[in-house]
Design a binder for this molecule. Structure first.
Ligand code: NAD
Length: 352
């Protein structure tokens, strides 16, 4: 029986995860699919329970699971801890590295009924529908780093192996094959050697995917184009640091942070989580928007279990509920039906 490890974590993670689990269970029941759900502590909640942000039992449970559903981690109570013990580093990076989730996938789609909530012009955003794929376990964030004194200097080394580049580009080509067969590889090949190797391998792989139209773009231009004319993109693939920056930029093309889902993959095994944090300012008040987490659950069905029809059912239910005017506080404008976290979950279940 397929296994899902459920890690609510901290803050609003405790509120949004139960809604996503309700939705998943409803869709799976209708598909006659038997799945096992097992909860594990992570983040600050795990520090309070067993003294570690990523307990061995949690890591092991995730290793044995087919997919991980994660809420969010972190909170002011644990901010004083050294970086290696903090929920965000110990738990998040520990899970990514420990399970080798090297590909981060973020769909960015403007839902028509949310057009008015964005800070960008409606005609620029109307029809935006893309996927940004970011390499997640290599590059400068994981390279050797150091400092010296007198005079003070610091360095961070950026290294990419052929294997690291090839597997993330393959993810890009494969994703493009499932969509409109357009892949834009983003690099800085005019300056960086790692980017020149990246581009070389992308061009080699393109011969194996003759149906995919591959283009290259420098990262600085990509940032500008994402705001100027985002509709030109379908699938973007890029390295770790460029992806970190571009995914946050692209998040504004989808309305609110409360709408952004993500998948971190290693083959079909994956970790699915909203792009936002634990939002301590609104935690425990039934105010959090659960839709990013519910949409992450849809990604789980698509990428880990190949259940495309069920994933689409969830995505359509989210769209329908928004069309009906239901909004959590982060999305609300005058005249909307403002609902809480639980009521939004109820509305999605009704729409299914
Ligand atoms: P945040 O994303 O938690 O919150 C930023 C703002 O957006 C807040 O005003 C919050 O209320 C709002 N917001 C976020 N998600 C929302 C939702 N679903 N519905 C409605 N409003 C929402 O970022 P932050 O405040 O910088 O960080 C808070 C904590 O979360 C910190 O401890 C941080 O380190 C951690 N964090 C964790 C993750 C993660 O677990 N993946 C990611 C980012 C930040």
């Amino acid at each position: 029986m397929p296994k899902i490890a459920v890690l609510p974590g901290d803050g609003i993670g405790q509120e949004i995860i139960p809604q996503a689990v309700r939705v998943l269970k409803a869709v799976l029941a209708e598909a006659d699919a038997d799945f096992e759900f097992q909860d594990y502590p992570v983040g600050g909640a795990a520090i309070e329970l067993v003294g570690k942000a990523l307990p061995e039992e949690t890591l092991q449970g995730c290793r044995e699971a087919d997919a991980v559903l994660l809420g969010a981690v972190g909170g002011h109570q644990w901010d004083h801890l050294p970086a290696s013990e903090r929920p965000e580093t110990a738990a998040l990076l520990g899970l990514r590295k420990g399970l080798n989730f090297y590909a981060n996938i973020r769909p960015v789609r403007m839902i028509p009924s949310l057009l008015a909530t964005s800070t960008l012009k409606e005609d620029v955003l109307d029809g935006v529908d893309m996927v940004v794929i970011r390499e997640l376990t290599g590059g400068v964030y994981f390279g050797e780093k150091g400092r010296s004194e007198n005079p003070r200097s610091a360095y961070d080394k950026m290294t990419y192996s052929e294997e690291e580049i090839r597997r993330i580009l393959v993810q890009g080509f494969e994703t493009a094959m499932l969509r409109s067969k357009k892949l834009c590889s983003v690099d800085k090949a005019n300056v960086l050697e790692t980017s020149r190797l990246w581009r070389e391998i992308a061009n080699e792989l393109a011969k194996e995917y003759p149906d995919v139209e591959l283009t290259h773009m420098y990262v600085d231009n990509a940032a500008m184009q994402l705001v100027r004319n985002p509709k030109q993109f379908d699938v973007i693939v890029t390295e770790n640091m460029f992806g970190d920056i571009l995914t946050d930029l692209a998040s504004m093309l989808g309305g609110s942070i409360g709408m952004l889902s993500s998948a971190s993959l290693s083959g079909t095994q994956g970790m699915y989580e909203p792009a936002h944090g634990s939002a301590p300012d609104i935690a425990g008040k039934n105010l959090a928007n659960p839709l990013a987490t519910i949409l992450s659950a849809a990604l789980m069905l698509r990428y880990s279990f190949g259940m495309e029809a069920e994933a689409l059912r969830i995505e359509k239910a989210v769209e329908k509920v928004l069309e009906q005017g239901y909004r959590t506080g982060d999305l609300a404008q005058a005249g909307d039906k403002v609902v809480g976290t639980i009521e939004m979950g109820d509305a999605i279940l009704a729409a299914l």
